[in-house]
Design a protein around this ligand. Structure first.
Ligand code: PMT
Length: 400
């Protein structure tokens, strides 16, 4: 995706990595973007405004007023002008001010007035980056919808080795390109995603469940939301948190609760991705009191749960896309095709527990995507974030 003609406000703060902002500005301009630098007073200690204005062809903005003629620089106008605000490098102090709305410089007032998306590339020493206050501020910024470009690990200005170094300008430009490429490709679309395990109560302290962590489904939800979709995330019991403003999360525990939530949300969505590992059976009776140990054998009678995917498949309207998952241990492709047909899915994502690093709990997955016309695309082992991108490209349309 080209960034030609895009208006980018480049925020620079007081970090040694500010020297890299010059290359960053140059790369963005070389790709055809218009760059307006806003720099904090301490940023100017690390790189001169003259260098930056020579590179961008625009006067650098730093103060609210130009001292000699009293010209007022409008942070509100910058907020309206920009297609993206990119703060690189962002110091721990700036992250804290952004998270808490401490508008004591031009950069923060511009940030608070920003109508466009904001990307933030932190840069600081490893201990500062690892400090709980930095972690908390980054979480707060994510919850505002800001995109964090994680710092890289390596040798830092302090000569210590660890995570905190601002990502390289080339990589940041790649993220900017990617952002404009995928921005809005799912806008005006609503996607339902089921995720995690379900717990089927035996008694007040025990349940039947499975090992699903929710990682795959949460990665799908974040990716759909990043591409502009409104996401309804129906989550079984998982310990993950979600921070994107486009994601509405509905927490459920049992398959029946997941079924009820899915049936009620499905009529208004454009697509459903059924990633949850739903228990196929539940105990016929749920004991009111804790079941006591007995010396002889004990049996629990199970009754089938509703098949959520199959139920949605029955009421699917034209234009709605349904993507299911198949977690298999044997006869993988045959079983996956059988499930796709039985549940009237448009696509099924097959992952096999035979592949190491795939399936439950891992940060990675290895999938094949099958469609109803019989096409099968195999993907290598990747992070669940990248697998989510492949699934969305393949099933909900490629990036623009
Ligand atoms: O959560 P993670 O730890 O990241 O792990 C990810 C995952 C392994 C759970 C995920 O990648 C996955 O494979 N999810 C589906 C697991 C599963 O239950 O597959 P299945 O073959 O039993 O079910 C087939 C399809 O029907 C699935 O889309 C499932 O959501 C759906 N289903 C199944 C039973 C049921 N009662 N209702 C359903 O909707």
């Amino acid at each position: 995706m080209s960034i030609k003609g895009k208006h980018i406000v480049l925020g620079i703060t007081g970090s040694i990595a500010a020297y890299k902002a010059a290359s960053l500005a140059r790369l963005l301009i070389r790709e055809g973007a218009e760059v307006q630098v806003v720099i904090t007073p301490s940023g100017k200690e690390f790189i001169t405004p003259v260098t930056l204005s020579a590179l961008t062809g625009k006067p650098v903005v730093s103060e609210f007023f130009t001292a000699n003629d009293g010209t007022w620089h409008s942070h509100v106008d910058l907020g309206l002008w920009a297609d993206l605000m990119l703060i690189a490098p962002a110091t721990a102090a700036t992250l804290g001010k952004m998270a808490n709305g401490i508008a004591d410089n031009m950069l923060i007032t511009t940030y608070l007035s920003m109508k466009a998306a904001v990307m933030v590339a932190p840069a600081m020493d490893l201990d500062m980056f690892a400090h709980p206050s930095t972690t908390r501020n980054i979480e707060i910024l994510k919850s505002y919808g800001n995109i964090i470009i994680e710092p890289a690990a390596g040798e830092l200005a302090s000569h210590l080795i660890g995570k905190g170094r601002m990502e390289e300008p080339e990589k940041i430009v790649e993220r900017v390109r990617d952002f404009f490429g995928k921005q809005d490709s799912l806008s005006k679309k609503k996607v339902l995603i089921t995720v995690g395990p379900t717990y089927e109560k035996i008694d007040p302290v025990r349940f039947i469940g499975n090992y699903s962590s929710g990682k795959m489904g949460f990665a799908l939800a974040e990716e759909c939301a990043d591409r502009g979709a409104e996401v309804v995330l129906i989550a079984g019991p998982v310990s993950l948190s979600v921070s994107h403003p486009n994601i509405k999360r509905i927490d459920v525990e049992s398959a029946e609760e997941m079924y009820q939530a899915s049936i009620s949300e499905f009529p208004t969505v454009d697509a459903a991705i059924l990633c949850a590992a739903v228990a196929d059976y539940r105990p016929q009776e749920q004991a009111k009191e804790k079941i006591k140990r007995k010396s002889d054998e004990m049996q629990i009678s199970l009754v089938p749960n509703k098949d959520i995917a199959a139920s949605l498949g029955e009421i699917k309207k034209e234009g709605q896309v349904m993507v299911g998952f198949a977690l298999e241990t044997n006869n993988e492709v045959e079983n996956a095709i059988g499930k796709m047909k039985k549940k009237k899915l448009d696509y099924i994502v097959l992952n096999s527990l035979k592949d190491s690093g795939a399936g439950f709990r891992h940060d990675t997955n290895k999938v094949s995507i099958l469609d109803e016309s019989g096409n099968k695309t195999d993907f290598p082992l990747k992070s669940k974030t990248d697998v989510a991108k492949d699934i969305i490209d393949c099933c909900l349309g490629r990036k623009k």
